[in-house]
Design a protein around this ligand. Structure first.
Ligand SMILES: Nc1ncnc2c1ncn2[C@@H]1O[C@H](COP(=O)(O)OP(=O)(O)OP(=O)(O)O)[C@@H](O)[C@H]1O
Ligand SMILES: [Mg+2]
Length: 261
């Protein structure tokens, strides 16, 4: 059975879909057969972020409710053959019952190594379903106060229902930490009471590339190495290797200044 990872925060716009798409893509590039699933049924965007909206004929509900074979519904990526996407329905016609949805989603995921579930920016019925089938929850937060509070509440709720959580700090701007304008990593770990999985720097190039359906790949993106590190830390569980340092290979960050705040 695959390792199922949900990506969440009750706060909108913190980078959940960005993280889901890039983590899934990097896992696939690392040789893992990966299924990326859009569970944001009100405003799914993973087809746009991965640049395949014109090729999405069927959606995740067609696959989950057995109207089509999962292989017909999953969009493939010729440049990244281990990656498949099940997009969100454009208009929702099914009623999601979390237990049933979770069970069916698990059934159709057999054969994949990893399943990455992107969820909406609120507590929702699809998040409830995702919680029931996920092995790990990644809570995404930027380092502004509202986002940190969102992550704190999300992690608290997830822990109450028995989910194992990790924190992913997104849009990290080291200069705003050393300038005492924003929270650093340690205070975010303290506030959310959640172990840190990774830190993704603010990446202007990614923001614009994403609007054209391009993911963070290569040296042009300062976030690319950070997504690589994050995926390496996820893979440690199965490889038994030591986790790579959080800021490994990321230039422009003065370790002491951002770590001690
Ligand atoms: N590391 C980053 N650097 C710069 N911009 C980023 C980064 N991560 C995300 N963004 C930008 O932030 C915006 C919101 O990202 P995204 O859609 O992934 O958030 P979300 O949490 O999924 O939002 P929603 O709650 O609406 O689903 C997008 O414009 C995206 O390009
Ligand atoms: Mg989103």
């Amino acid at each position: 059975m695959p390792e199922i990872i949900l990506i969440t925060s009750f706060k909108g716009g913190v980078g959940k879909s960005t993280a889901a798409a890039n983590i899934a893509s990097k896992l696939a590039k690392a040789g893992k057969k990966t299924l990326l699933c859009d569970l944001d049924f009100d405003l799914g965007t993973l087809d746009l972020i991965t640049g395949c909206e014109d090729r999405m004929l069927f959606d995740i509900c067609d696959a989950v409710y057995g109207r089509r074979d999962v292989d017909d519904c999953a969009v493939k990526f010729p440049s990244n053959p281990n990656l498949s996407l099940l997009g969100a329905p454009f208009r929702m016609t099914d009623t999601v019952e979390p237990d049933e949805f979770a069970k069916r989603l698990k059934d159709i995921s057999a054969g994949y190594d990893y399943v990455i579930l992107d969820t909406p920016g609120a507590d929702s019925v699809t998040l409830a379903a995702a919680r029931l089938c996920a092995d790990l929850a990644i809570v995404v937060s930027t380092h502004n106060p509202a986002s940190i509070r969102g992550a704190e509440k999300t992690a608290e709720k997830l822990r109450e229902t028995g989910s194992e959580c990790r924190l992913l700090i997104n849009c990290f701007d080291a200069s705003s930490v050393s300038g005492d304008k924003r929270a650093g990593m340690l205070s975010m770990i303290d506030a959310t009471k959640t172990p840190l999985l990774g830190v993704i720097p603010y990446d202007r190039t990614l923001m614009f590339a994403q609007e054209k359906g391009v993911l963070a790949e290569g040296d042009a993106f300062i976030s690319s190495k950070a997504f690589d590190n994050t995926v390496q830390r996820l893979l440690c569980k199965e490889s038994g290797r030591r986790p790579v340092p959080i800021l490994y290979g990321i230039s422009g960050v003065k370790r002491k200044k951002v770590l001690t705040k």
